[in-house]
Design a protein around this ligand. Structure first.
Ligand code: G6P
Length: 613
C-alpha cells in the first residue's frame, strides 16, 4: 500500500525521506519518488520498482541532496500502471507545486475534464496528478497561499486522501492533510517528519500528532498550525509512539514473518499482560470499563474484519456464543458495509484489525455505528483510525507486525477475544469455578506456544517433500475450522500455492473429487467433540491416495498413526485450541515459501494494510 514521508527542518531532507521510505517498504509498493525544494526550485526523482533504484538516482542529484524540505512516496498502483510517469510526486502544470497522495480521488475523471477544458495538460494516468493540478489551479488563479489552495482543492474532491504538498514559491512550508488515509506528524526539535506510518518516524522522535480525518497541518521549521478542512483552528495533543526501532527491526531472523511467528509466546504474554487477575481469578479489561454495563446487556455481537482478522472473527463467533452465550455472527467488512445490515437494539459490533486502518473494516464500523451499535475495536496499532473511532476497545499489544502475512496479530486477536468472552461470560452466567479453569489455561498458553514453536525444524523437513505440490486442502471442524481457513490463506499468500480451507465434513460434498495420489491434506485435529468424525474423514482421504499432515494433541497416537506426518500441540480447553493449532500451519506456510524461493515478507500483489476499497 502507498507510503508517504515528508520532512521540514534543518537537516538534509533526502536522507530522512529515503530512509523513511525504506521503513515503509514492508507495506508493499511498485514505484517510488522524492521531491526536494532547494534554492526556490523543485527537484524531483522517480523510478518504477524498488526504493533503492530511486535512491541511486537521488544520490546523483546534488540539488536533491542539498534541500532541507521535501516529500516522498512509495506507490501501489491503483490508477495507471506502475511506471515512472505515474509514480508520485506529481506536479501542477506550472511545475511549482508537488504533491504525494495515498487514497483514491473518486471524482478525478470529472475534475480532470474540467482542468483539461481550462487548458491543463496531464502527463500521467493518476488521480493524484488531478489533485496536484487542481491545487495549482487555485494557487495560480487566486494568488492565495499554498495552504489555502490545498483547502480550496480538497473542497472539490470526493474520495480518500492523505497528502503532503510543497511549493517552490513557499520553500519553507510543508502542507499535509487527511481524509480516510492515515497521516502522523512527528514533532522534533526545529523539525517535523510526516509519515503515513509510525515506522518512518520512530528513529527521529517518539513525539507525534495524529491527524484526524478532515484535518490539515501547515508545517515550517519554526512551528505548526493545524486546522480542519473548513479552516477552523484545532489544538492537537502530542502523543508518544509506543514502539522502539529495535522492535521494528528483524531481530536476527531471516524474515520478519519468521521473527513474528517465533515471538508469539512473548506477544501473547503482552496481550495477556495485566488482564488476568490471578489472585481474584478474573479478567480485567480497562479499555472496556466505560462501556461494561452496556456491553453486558448486549443481545447480539457482530464481528467484522478482513483477511486474517476475519478468520479471527470466525473464531470469535464460537467464543462469544460458547463462553458468553451471546448470539454472534461474523461478517466480511467489505460485504457488511454494502448490504443494508439489520442492526437491532443492544447490538455490539467488534471491528478486528491489526493495522486499524483497513478501509473496508473502517467503513463497516462506521455503518454499524450509524445504525446505533456499540462499537468496539480489537486493534494492534495504537492511535490508528479504527482505534480512535470505536466507543471502546482492547489493544492487542502484539508489537509491530511487519510481515505482510499476519501471524502474531492473529494469535493475539484470539487471546483478546477469549478475554472479552470470558469477562462477559462471567458477568452473565459462568460459574467462578469454570472461570478459574479458563484463566489458568490462558495463563499457561505462552509456555505451550514455546513447545509448538520447537517443531519448526521438523515442519521445514516435512515441507521439503511437498514444496512442488500445487494444490493443498486444509480441513478442520468446530473451533478448528477457522484455523483450516487461516492455514490455507497463509500458504496462498506467501508461497502462491493453491490451497483451500474447509469444514472437514463439507469435503464429501464436492472437494473430495480433487483428491489424487500424493495430494497433501492438512487436518487440524486436536482432541475435541468431533474427533471421531475427523478420524473418518482422514480415512476417506487416505483411501484415495491423499497424504495426511495432521496437527494433533500431544499423546494422541490414533491420528498420529494414520497420518503421514503429525505435529503436536499441548492439551488445552477446546476454545483456546486455535491459538496453538494455527502455529504449525504458519510455520508450514513459511517454510514452503522459503523452499520455493518466494519473497516471504513482501509477497507479490499483496499489501500489509489495505487502505483503499
Ligand atoms: C491485508 C493483509 C492481510 C490482513 C488484512 C486485514 O489484506 O494482507 O494479512 O489480514 O489486510 O488487515 P488488518 O490490518 O485490518 O488486520
Amino acid at each position: 500500500m502507498c507510503g508517504i514521508v515528508g520532512y521540514v527542518g534543518k537537516k538534509r531532507a533526502c536522507g530522512v525521506l529515503v530512509e523513511g521510505l525504506k521503513r515503509l517498504e514492508y507495506r508493499g509498493y511498485d514505484s517510488a519518488g522524492i521531491c526536494v525544494v532547494h534554492e526556490g526550485r523543485l527537484h524531483i526523482v522517480k523510478a518504477a520498482g524498488r526504493v533503492s533504484k530511486m535512491e541511486a538516482l537521488a544520490l546523483a542529484d546534488v540539488d536533491v541532496q542539498a534541500g532541507t524540505i521535501g516529500i516522498s512516496h512509495t506507490r501501489w498502483a491503483t490508477h495507471g500502471a506502475p511506471t515512472e510517469a505515474n509514480a508520485h510526486p506529481h506536479t501542477d502544470s506550472t511545475g511549482r507545486i508537488a504533491l504525494v497522495h495515498n487514497g483514491i480521488i473518486e471524482n478525478y475523471a470529472t475534475l480532470k475534464k474540467f482542468l483539461i477544458d481550462k487548458g491543463h495538460v496531464f502527463v500521467s494516468e493518476t488521480d493524484t496528478e488531478v489533485l496536484a493540478q487542481l491545487v495549482g489551479s487555485f494557487y495560480n488563479d487566486g494568488k492565495t497561499s499554498l495552504a489555502d489552495a490545498v483547502l480550496a482543492a480538497l473542497g472539490e474532491v470526493t474520495g480518500t486522501y492523505g497528502i503532503a504538498v510543497v511549493c517552490q514559491d513557499e520553500p519553507g512550508t510543508l502542507v499535509v492533510a487527511r481524509k480516510g488515509s492515515p497521516l502522523i506528524v512527528g514533532v522534533g526539535t526545529d523539525e517535523y517528519v510526516v509519515a503515513s506510518d509510525a515506522a518512518a518516524i520512530i528513529e527521529h522522535t517518539s513525539n507525534v500528532i495524529y491527524l484526524n480525518d478532515n484535518e490539515m497541518a501547515v508545517l515550517t521549521s519554526e512551528g505548526m498550525r493545524t486546522t480542519t478542512l473548513d479552516n477552523v483552528p484545532v489544538r492537537k495533543e502530542i502523543r508518544q509512539i509506543e514502539w522502539s526501532l529495535e522492535q521494528i527491526a528483524k531481530g536476527g531472523f531471516e524474515h520478519f514473518m519468521l521473527k513474528e511467528i517465533m515471538e508469539q509466546a512473548d506477544s501473547i504474554q503482552m496481550a495477556l499482560g495485566g488482564r488476568l487477575d490471578m489472585r481474584d481469578m478474573r479478567v480485567q479489561l480497562g479499555g472496556l470499563e466505560k462501556v461494561s454495563r452496556e456491553l453486558v446487556k448486549t443481545r447480539k455481537i457482530i464481528l467484522t474484519g478482513c483477511g486474517t482478522a476475519w478468520h479471527a472473527g470466525l473464531v470469535g463467533e464460537f467464543l462469544f456464543e460458547d463462553l458468553a452465550k451471546i448470539p454472534s455472527e461474523v461478517e466480511y467488512a467489505s460485504e457488511f458495509r454494502y448490504r443494508n445490515p439489520i442492526v437491532e437494539d443492544n447490538t455490539t459490533v467488534i471491528a478486528i484489525s491489526q493495522s486499524g486502518e483497513t478501509a473496508d473494516t473502517l467503513a463497516a464500523l462506521r455503518e454499524a455505528k450509524d445504525r446505533g451499535a456499540l462499537a468496539l475495536g480489537i486493534v494492534n496499532v495504537v492511535g490508528s483510525t479504527i482505534a480512535r473511532e470505536t466507543d471502546a476497545g482492547v489493544y492487542l499489544h502484539a508489537g509491530p507486525e511487519i510481515g505482510v502475512a499476519s501471524t502474531k496479530a492473529f494469535t493475539c486477536q484470539l487471546i483478546v477475544e477469549s478475554l472479552v468472552a470470558l469477562m462477559l461470560g462471567r458477568r452473565r452466567f459462568m460459574s467462578q469455578f469454570a472461570m478459574e479453569k479458563y484463566i489458568e489455561a490462558l495463563a499457561a498458553i505462552p509456555e505451550q506456544v514455546k513447545t509448538v514453536l520447537a517443531s519448526s525444524d521438523s515442519i521445514k523437513e516435512m515441507v521439503g517433500e511437498y514444496a512442488d505440490q500445487e494444490n493443498w486442502l486444509y480441513l478442520g471442524r468446530g473451533y478448528n475450522y477457522p484455523v483450516a481457513l487461516e492455514g490455507a490463506l497463509k500458504l496462498k499468500e506467501i508461497s502462491y500455492i493453491h490451497a483451500e480451507g474447509l469444514p472437514a465434513a463439507e469435503m464429501k460434498h464436492g472437494p473430495i473429487a480433487l483428491i489424487h495420489e500424493g495430494m497433501p491434506v492438512v487436518f487440524v485435529a486436536p482432541r475435541c467433540g468431533t474427533y471421531d468424525k475427523l478420524v473418518g474423514n482422514i480415512q476417506e482421504i487416505r483411501a484415495r491416495g491423499g497424504r495426511i499432515i495432521a496437527v494433533v494433541t500431544e499423546g494422541d497416537d490414533e491420528i498420529a498413526k494414520l497420518a503421514d506426518h503429525a505435529f503436536f500441540v499441548p492439551d488445552c480447553p477446546v476454545p483456546f485450541q486455535p491459538i496453538l493449532t494455527v502455529i504449525p500451519l504458519q510455520l508450514l506456510a513459511y517454510h514452503a515459501a522459503v523452499a520455493r524461493g518466494c519473497n516471504v515478507d513482501k509477497p507479490r500483489n499483496l499489501a500489509k494494510s489495505v487502505t483503499v476499497e
